[in-house]
Write a protein that binds this ligand. Structure first.
Ligand SMILES: Cc1cc2nc3c(=O)[nH]c(=O)nc-3n(C[C@H](O)[C@H](O)[C@H](O)COP(=O)(O)OP(=O)(O)OC[C@H]3O[C@@H](n4cnc5c(N)ncnc54)[C@H](O)[C@@H]3O)c2cc1C
Ligand code: SF4
Length: 485
């Protein structure tokens, strides 16, 4: 008898033998040895106008850093990488290289076997971080201060670049730990051994960056206060909400937000205590759907099915990610969309009914047939939503709830920049958030350095002296003058 017949849900911790967790959650792409790095770097043609470099959102000089590895200069190689992407260590672990640099590699076109750019990047950055030295110096202090909202990849990248340019940076982060989805979202097998916090410490080593954790914009601080108290503001709040399925019973036990589940998993220091169902259904077709499906399977769920409403070619998850799921025993079923949750007499979710779909004239619609699957846990992984409420009323132009920015990351409000997942039209990738932060930081720097310095006593002098230098009578004192700076 299945759980739906009995209404009994089988959700348990400790599905694996206690020693098995470390093994199954080990590094997805183990690092290259020195010898392997030499062999791999030797495969690179050091192409002129290299297509791999053009495909990297942060524009890392890939042939140069590979050449530096080949010349046994991994420290120089890491500096080449980090000068464009300060989170190059994390990106080496999480970038979907199969759709970025490695897809563009000429060896991929010629032999279907690209140079392992991601692993080489990891080799170099791991080497540099292991020696504990920060590779960049701060410029002379500018006396300018910048507030950053959100300590995810976008915020940290902006903070590092601004600190390097000599500005003082203060980050306000809603969560107890900094790192954003690097700390709370990325699959556990992509970022092992607390790498997100190690990389955070590495970034902060530049100096000049202060992080206030547990301080949320809209709850503990206002945009007005940030605008008044700082010379510029950068918004990097990511996408804090999640899309709902729109079904009855969605808030019942057993219907779970995938991003929340992953964040609990990422913060756990004992994976054996994370309870998973025997039968699991994941709704979605992106990276989050793959990640939650693979991780529940690794935690010991017997049957994990991803249900996606369109075909494989429409999935946001790359071919590599889809294969990863299949290799781990996850079943991906296409052309299915959720219709109703089944609940037991305690109101807990124990199954889901899905409509088969088809596409006609570019429109997706139910075919009239449906299927009901037993499911101890139904995971929602159909996308995240922006922090619209926090920004409403601030005068910042939004597009579908995300912040509209120009190509320098400037919002419609002077003095406020934004980047990463919270802005409209982005790629929703770690590496893209890093690039946004870097571009916005350079724009902020240019803007702040063009502004006239505050002149001590200037306001008082103007407000109390007439054009010929004689003191103004009391009633002619000008009260409205504003001085930029
Ligand atoms: C489950 C999952 C897996 C993913 N896996 C990958 C992957 O393998 N590879 C990849 O390239 N990309 C992946 N991504 C996407 C990637 O993580 C994001 O694109 C990237 O983290 C965006 O960076 P960000 O700085 O814009 O936002 P975030 O990383 O979300 O950081 C935003 C920060 O702002 C804080 N914040 C939010 N609201 C406020 C507020 N009001 N006040 C103060 N602080 C606030 C948040 O707490 C958070 O720390 C994944 C995403 C998810 C959800
Ligand atoms: S495209 Fe491939 S072979 Fe050419 S420089 Fe880039 S990594 Fe090397």
């Amino acid at each position: 008898m299945g759980p739906m017949d009995s209404g009994i849900r089988d959700v348990r911790a400790e599905r694996l033998a206690s020693g098995a967790y470390a093994d199954v959650f080990s590094d997805l792409h183990p690092p290259l040895s020195r010898h392997e790095a030499f062999v791999e770097s030797d495969r690179c043609y050091f192409c002129y106008d290299a297509p791999c470099m053009n495909a990297c959102p942060t524009g890392i000089d890939i042939p140069l850093f590979i050449r530096e590895i080949a010349a046994d200069n991994p420290t120089g190689s890491a500096k080449t990488i980090l000068s464009e992407n300060i989170l190059g260590g994390m990106c080496a672990r999480v970038c979907p290289t199969e759709t970025l640099c490695e897809q563009a590699c000429v060896r991929e076109a010629a032999e279907g076997k690209p140079v392992k750019i991601g692993l080489l990047q990891r080799y170099a950055t791991d080497h540099l971080m292991a020696n504990g030295q920060h590779p960049f110096d701060r410029a002379e202090p500018t006396g300018k201060s910048v507030a950053i909202v959100g300590a995810g990849p976008a915020g940290l990248s902006a903070a590092h670049r601004l600190a390097m340019r000599g500005h003082d940076v203060t980050i306000f982060e809603a969560r107890p730990k900094a790192g954003g989805l690097n700390e709370y979202g990325i699959a556990a097998y992509k970022s092992v051994a607390d790498f997100a916090q190690k990389e955070l410490d590495f970034v902060l080593d530049i100096g000049g960056i202060t992080i206030h954790n547990d301080k949320a914009l809209g709850r503990d601080i206002s945009l007005d206060a940030l605008k008044t108290g700082f010379d510029a503001v950068f918004l990097g709040m990511g996408l804090p909400g999640v899309n709902e399925l729109g079904l009855d019973g969605e808030d019942a036990a057993g219907c779970i937000d995938a991003v929340d589940f992953i964040s609990v998993l990422r913060q756990s220091d004992d994976l054996s205590q994370i309870a998973v169902g025997r039968d699991v259904v994941v709704i979605g077709g992106g990276m989050t759907a793959i990640d939650v499906a693979v991780q529940t399977k690794l935690l010991g769920a017997e049957n994990v099915i991803i249900a996606y409403r369109r075909g494989p070619e429409h999935m946001n998850a790359s071919d590599f990610e889809q294969e990863l799921a299949l290799k781990n025993g996850v079943i991906i079923r296409h052309w299915l969309q959720p219709r109703a949750l089944t609940r037991n007499d305690r109101g807990e979710v124990c199954g889901i009914t899905l409509d088969y779909t088809n596409m006609a004239d570019g429109r997706l619609s139910p075919s009239g047939e449906s299927i009901t699957l037993a499911s101890d846990q139904v995971f929602k992984a159909i996308g995240q939503t922006p922090a619209e409420a926090v920004l409403t009323g601030a005068g910042i132009a939004l597009s579908r709830g995300r912040v509209s920015v120009d190509d320098e990351g400037r919002t419609s409000v002077p003095g406020i920049w934004a980047g990463g997942d919270c802005v409209a039209g982005g790629q929703d990738l770690t590496v893209a958030a890093v690039q946004d932060g870097k571009i916005a930081a350079e724009s902020i720097h240019r803007t702040l350095m063009q502004q006239p310095e505050k002149v001590s006593g200037f306001v008082e002098a103007v407000m109390t002296t007439s054009a010929d230098g004689t003191p103004l009578p009391e009633h002619r004192t000008i009260h409205t003058i504003q001085v930029v700076g």
